[in-house]
Design a protein around this ligand. Structure first.
Ligand SMILES: [Fe+2]
Ligand SMILES: [Fe+2]
Length: 235
C-alpha cells in the first residue's frame, strides 16, 4: 500500500472507531427519548450491534498493527459532532415534550448513521483492493457489519419520516415500510417509500403502536397497519 493510501485508511479507521464510540452514546440517549415501543426495541438492538461494531473496528486496528488511540483532526471533528447530537437530544428531553424529543432523536440517529454507513461503505471499497492479511481482515469486518449498517440507516430514516408525518396529522405507516420489508439497500428503501400505503383517516397517536407487535427483523414483525405488498428482502 502506498504511503497516501495507508494514511487515508488510517484516517478512515480512526473516524470509523470514533463514529461507533459516539454512536453508542447517541443510542443510549436516543433510547431515553423513544416513546414508541417498537422503535425502542429496534434502537436497543442497534445499540448492541453498535457496541459490537466498536469491538470489530478495534480488532481491525489490531490486525493492521495500528494504534486505536491515534488522534487526528478528522477524528476530533467526528467526536465533537457526536457530542453535539447527544446535546441536542438532552435539550429536547429537558423540554418535557416527549413526542418532540423522539423526533429529535430520530433525526440525530439518522445523522450519526449516515456517517457510520459511509465509513463502512468506504471500508468495503478498500477491502476489495487490499491484498494479504490486511485485506482479509477488512473484508471479514465489512461482511459482518454491512447489513446491520444498512438497517440502521434505512430503517431509522423510515421511522423518522413516518413519525414526522404522524406529528403533522398525516396518515403514517408504523412501523415504517423499510422495516417491514427488511430493506437493506438504497434502492430498496426508495421502493419501500414509493410503495407506502398509509391507511387514510388520519394518523394514530404514537401510543397506537406501543403494544409491541413483534420486533426484530426478517419478517418476524407483524404489521400493525395495512401497507404495500411485501417485496422480497434486499430489493
Ligand atoms: Fe456501526
Ligand atoms: Fe450504525
Amino acid at each position: 500500500m502506498k504511503g497516501n493510501e495507508s494514511e487515508g485508511l488510517k484516517e478512515l479507521l480512526c473516524q470509523a472507531l470514533e463514529t461507533e464510540m459516539g454512536g453508542i452514546q447517541v443510542y443510549r440517549t436516543a433510547l431515553r427519548c423513544a416513546v414508541n415501543a417498537d422503535l425502542k426495541k429496534e434502537w436497543q438492538e442497534y445499540l448492541e450491534q453498535t457496541e459490537n461494531h466498536e469491538r470489530i473496528v478495534r480488532g481491525l486496528f489490531s490486525s493492521l498493527d495500528l494504534d486505536p488511540g491515534t488522534e487526528t483532526t478528522g477524528r476530533t471533528i467526528v467526536r465533537e459532532k457526536g457530542k453535539g447530537l447527544v446535546a441536542a437530544m438532552e435539550k429536547a428531553l429537558s423540554s418535557g415534550k416527549k413526542d418532540a424529543a423522539q423526533l429529535v432523536a430520530c433525526e440525530c440517529v439518522v445523522e450519526a448513521e449516515t456517517k457510520d454507513h459511509m465509513n463502512w461503505e468506504l471500508i468495503g471499497e478498500v477491502a476489495k483492493k487490499q491484498t494479504g492479511e490486511a485485506g482479509k481482515a477488512l473484508k471479514a469486518a465489512h461482511d459482518e457489519v454491512e447489513d446491520e449498517e444498512d438497517e440502521h440507516l434505512y430503517h431509522t430514516t423510515g421511522w423518522c419520516r413516518e413519525l414526522w408525518l404522524q406529528s403533522l396529522g398525516q396518515p403514517a405507516v408504523l412501523p415504517p415500510p423499510e422495516e417491514r420489508k427488511d430493506v437493506k439497500t438504497a434502492i430498496g428503501a426508495a421502493r419501500a417509500k414509493a410503495a407506502r400505503r398509509p391507511r387514510s383517516g388520519g394518523a394514530k397517536s404514537a401510543s397506537s403502536s406501543r403494544s409491541g407487535n413483534g420486533g426484530g427483523r426478517g419478517g418476524k414483525r407483524q404489521p400493525s397497519r395495512s401497507s404495500a405488498p411485501t417485496r422480497s428482502a434486499r430489493t
